[in-house]
Design a protein around this ligand. Structure first.
Ligand code: GLU
Length: 477
């Protein structure tokens, strides 16, 4: 179908899905779904020195886990494949040759030492650093001879030396660069593999990509890409460069300051719903000040118009708030399923579903993540261990009196009957002569391991009578 919107997420498989990559994939997804277009996953794996075992599987797994399904790409196929650049190298070779024949690229025989020396000289002279184009002037016949003789070489793009290059970016509008700041980019490396720049342009054209959505760090490469489109006589895609993602101190989001991998957030118990909602707002906002969106709502609301140019701060507190919101409001059955692995990892039993539902329904109101949920829920499974101060408190007469009374009463108490529980509490006031804190602190301490916390009735309902009795009896001297 001509004029169909086709967008691609084109990660280099370096090990994990960075949240910046996740945002690109999300915007691709939203735009494709909104326009009935296609969302493509293309693996840009031509840099063999950066190859990481399992990285592609990992990436696909992360995309699957958050529910960003793509229409074409690895595992699902499509008519524009293969979707791994390493399987398309012949194509890139062909187009590199075409550029050389057109005089828009040239073989460069400079060795690493040559380049090193050049850089040193440029540094000493205080001039701009970059390839100085010295192999541009080698006679083509001579270059052919050297190639035939097996001399190692790369192919470089021959960009204009002066003037201005102007293009339009959907987010930034008119963008201009001076050609003399753009270097002769290597297109084919000496190992025969293409660099990102050539492969990206060739594939975006062949895969009929209509919009290139990517991070701002690629903005300065766009002149080179545009130049290639022009040389090939191809229509360039529309460019949509997304703002940087920043740490709260406004430095570029980096691994050093915390988690950046999607899998880290999932492993810590952030829900895909929260993660996507949060990520969507890193550089985009709706017309009002609305912040909570399901994925479908994002599809409806999303537009390039509201992508900002300014960097977006990654605010972990906001993510926590959002995750808490989804933990509380999503279907309980779903939260239980999501929580199971976290309970298992925490060594908690997951065989009694009824009890688990009760616990999770109760605990989810009080935590931010699934990991915290499991941590918080431990107290319902294992008798709490009191610290020194609380242990002393538990040995005092007032507390001991209450423990003894409850240990005796609980066997005949219906723990699902709030009225009966309230009656017992009243009775305790009389029998033990305590009220307020003096009454509730010991009760909670025995049942929950802390003075403050949930309602006594709620605790009893969850823990059940047997365990509750054990907890009170266990504290008796
Ligand atoms: N492979 C590039 C990256 O890893 C893709 C950039 C682009 O989308 O053009 O970021």
């Amino acid at each position: 179908m001509k004029n169909q919107i086709r967008v691609r997420f084109a990660p280099s498989p370096t090990g994990y899905l960075h949240v910046g990559g996740l945002r690109t994939a999300l915007y691709d997804y939203l735009y494709a779904r909104k326009t009935n277009g296609k969302f493509i996953l293309r693996i840009e794996d031509t840099d063999r020195t950066r190859y990481v075992e399992g990285a592609v599987e990992n990436l696909i797994k992360s995309l699957n886990e958050v529910g960003l399904d793509y229409d074409e790409g690895p595992e699902v196929g499509g008519e524009f494949g293969p979707y791994f650049q390493s399987e398309r190298t012949e194509l890139y070779q062909r187009y590199a040759r075409e550029l050389v024949e057109k005089g828009a690229a040239y073989p460069c025989f400079c060795t690493t030492e040559d380049l090193e020396k050049m850089r040193e000289e440029q540094k000493a002279a205080g001039t701009g650093i970059g390839y100085d184009g010295r192999c541009r002037h080698i006679d083509p016949a001579e270059a052919q001879r050297r190639i035939a003789a097996g001399e190692p070489h790369v192919i470089r793009l021959k960009v204009p030396m002066k003037g201005e290059v102007v293009f339009y970016d959907v987010v930034r509008g008119r963008v201009a660069f001076q050609w003399d700041t753009v270097d002769d980019q290597v297109l084919i490396k000496s190992d025969g593999y293409p660099t990102y720049h050539l492969a990206n342009v060739v594939d975006d054209h062949h895969m009929e990509v209509s919009h290139v959505i990517r991070g701002e760090e690629w903005l300065s490469s766009t002149p080179k890409h545009l130049f290639m489109y022009q040389q090939f006589g191809w229509k360039p895609p529309k460019w949509v460069h997304l703002p940087l993602i920043l740490n709260p101190d406004r430095s570029k989001l980096s691994k050093r300051q915390g988690d950046v991998a999607t899998e880290d957030f999932l492993r810590k118990g952030y829900l895909p719903e929260a993660l996507l909602n949060f990520i969507a707002l890193l550089g985009w906002h709706d017309s009002g000040d609305r912040e909570l969106f399901t994925l479908d709502e994002l599809v409806r609301a999303f537009s390039f118009k509201r992508i900002s140019k300014a960097g977006a701060v990654f605010d972990l507190e906001k993510l926590n708030w959002m995750n808490q919101h989804y933990m509380k409001t999503l279907d309980l059955g779903y939260i239980v399923i999501k929580a199971l692995p976290f309970f298992q990892d925490a060594g908690l039993p997951v065989d009694d579903m009824e009890q688990l539902r009760l616990i999770i329904d109760f605990s989810r109101e009080r935590v931010h993540t699934l990991q915290e949920l499991a941590e918080f829920s431990k107290v319902f499974f294992t008798t709490p261990i009191l610290d020194a101060e609380k242990s002393v408190f538990a040995t005092q007469d007032a507390a001991q009196k209450i423990f003894a009374f409850w240990a005796e009463q609980i066997p005949s108490l219906d723990c699902n009957d709030d009225a009966a529980i309230n009656a017992l509490i009243k009775e305790t006031t009389k029998v033990c002569g305590v009220k307020g804190k003096e009454l509730y602190f010991p009760l909670r301490l025995a049942l929950f391991g802390d003075y403050h916390g949930p309602e006594v009735a709620a605790l009893l309902r969850i823990i059940g009578k047997e365990e509750a009795q054990k907890r009170f009896a266990g504290l008796l001297l």
